[in-house]
Design a protein around this ligand. Structure first.
Ligand code: AP5
Length: 221
């Protein structure tokens, strides 16, 4: 099973690129943020617990996230295709170390490709402030860069588009701080791994994706 990780700051374009990767490579997406938002919408125990952290821009505690990833990967839900595309995990060295152990002992596999999106901070702000989100299917749009075809509705299912609760300016600022304090270190954690690829993510989504394709094609067999 191929395991691909997409790393990057909030708003760097992980979700946008994951949607394109899924279409061209037979990888099933495991999007932690979407799983948590769905749990919040369904008012599950995990959702209610996670909401208090997400609304403040903090990371949800490691044990919850590691448990969730372990359950998903071991359940067999992701078998059958080429592998898994992880978006939003790991986010700190505790999660990365636990994941290394999980891959080795429980899944008998190793990382196939690590894509690290490199985006300047001023672009991150602009991308998040203008983001629109479909509560039904999780598709994202942007008020400038990716306008929906009709008003404020999703092109895919016609549902209403909203701003994410954590895309308010004060929460964005906190998420970027948390990224710098806890997640950015993962670029050095993984940089010595042969399948690590740093991808400049300042161009259009299609331009960024072209570099990602080259990275994936050089890593996946
Ligand atoms: P999550 O949902 O994963 O949020 P994030 O990492 O902050 O990333 P975003 O979804 O904000 O951005 P993205 O990189 O996917 O960008 P997108 O493609 O949408 O996590 C939310 C929260 O859940 C966390 O804060 C935390 O509380 C919790 N959580 C999640 N994982 C966790 C974990 N492992 N441990 C603990 N807690 C966890 O693009 C953004 C916008 O820009 C869009 O509007 C898009 O259209 C536009 N855009 C994208 N690319 C381009 C481009 N190249 N040019 C122009 N516009 C672009």
């Amino acid at each position: 099973m191929d395991i691909v990780i997409i790393l990057g700051a909030p708003g760097s374009g992980k979700g946008t690129q994951s949607a394109m990767i899924m279409q061209d490579y037979d990888l099933k997406p495991l999007v932690v943020g979407n799983i948590l938002r769905e749990a919040i919408a369904n008012e599950t125990e995990v959702g209610l617990f996670a909401k208090s952290y997400m609304d403040k821009g903090d990371l949800v505690p490691d044990e919850v996230i590691i448990g969730l990833i372990g359950e998903a990967l071991i359940s067999g839900e992701f078998s059958g295709g080429r592998g898994v595309l992880l978006d939003g995990f790991p986010r700190n060295t505790v999660q990365a170390t636990a994941f290394d152990a999980m891959l080795h002992t429980k899944l008998s596999t190793s990382l196939s490709c690590i894509i690290a999106l490199d985006t300047p901070e001023e672009l991150l702000m602009e991308r998040m402030v203008g983001r629109l989100y479909c509560t039904e299917c999780g598709a994202t749009y942007h008020t400038t860069y990716k306008k929906p075809k009709q008003g404020n509705t999703c092109d895919l299912d016609g549902s209403n588009l909203i701003q994410r609760d954590d895309d308010k300016l004060e929460v964005i600022t906190k998420r970027l701080e948390v990224y710098k304090q806890q997640t950015m270190v993962l670029t050095s954690y993984y940089s010595s791994v042969p399948c690590y690829r740093n991808i400049p993510a300042t161009g259009t989504p299609e331009e960024v994706y072209k570099s990602i394709r080259q990275a994936l094609d050089s890593c996946l067999s």
